[in-house]
Design a protein. Structure first.
Length: 191
């Protein structure tokens, strides 16, 4: 799912429209979506409120919530589309156009001009996004459908991306080399 597909959708609680989705709050350490940022169209001015991702019932033609319990976002960055993107060295890369979400985990950032960066490169978010140098180790990469993924899923790992827990499981089960060789740039099915 792409962030641009859900931004602007109405937010429902029961059958009542409570507002529209305008952004998300993202944990920079785990890259998981923690909160949804919503706006109401009430007068005299637009009011923002924040809802925990645990309250999301489903996302279809709108975002349906189990209940509305507003919270104050903690330990997360407010992410909005169309923000400028820079490297840590100050090089301008373009505008933030989209974010790929897999199970409410950010996997890739899309920058204007068709550039794509792993979400693990995200260093800071405010009125601009700052990207750090892409790590050489595969944390944050998607795990392809391979025998290694099936083996890790049997051991309780359900993550579609490489995380520290996935790496620890691969080390304990002596499958780290197989896991690494199944990821880009290798793309080999080795087991």
């Amino acid at each position: 799912m792409l962030l641009s597909e859900i931004i602007g959708k109405p937010v429902y609680c029961g059958n009542l429209v409570r507002g529209t989705l305008c952004g998300i709050c993202l944990s920079l350490s785990t890259r998981t979506v923690k909160y949804l940022l919503c706006k109401t169209a009430e007068k005299p001015a637009n009011t923002e409120f924040c809802v925990s991702i645990a309250n999301v019932q489903k996302i279809e033609d709108g975002v349906y919530l189990k209940r509305i319990k507003t919270v104050l976002p903690k330990n997360c960055a407010r992410v909005f589309l169309n923000r400028p993107v820079y490297t840590e060295q100050g090089e301008y890369l373009g505008y933030f156009s989209d974010l790929q979400l897999d199970g409410f985990i950010a996997t890739y950032l899309f920058i204007s001009g068709g550039k794509r960066y792993p979400a693990s490169a995200l260093s800071a978010v405010s009125d601009a996004l700052i990207l750090k140098k892409t790590p050489t180790y595969p944390i944050g990469q998607r795990i392809p459908a391979s025998p290694v993924l099936e083996y890790l899923n049997k051991n309780g790992q359900n993550s579609p991306v490489v995380t520290r827990a996935v790496l620890k499981t691969a080390i304990q089960s002596e499958k780290l080399i197989s896991l690494t060789l199944s990821l880009p740039p290798f793309n080999q099915n080795v087991l």
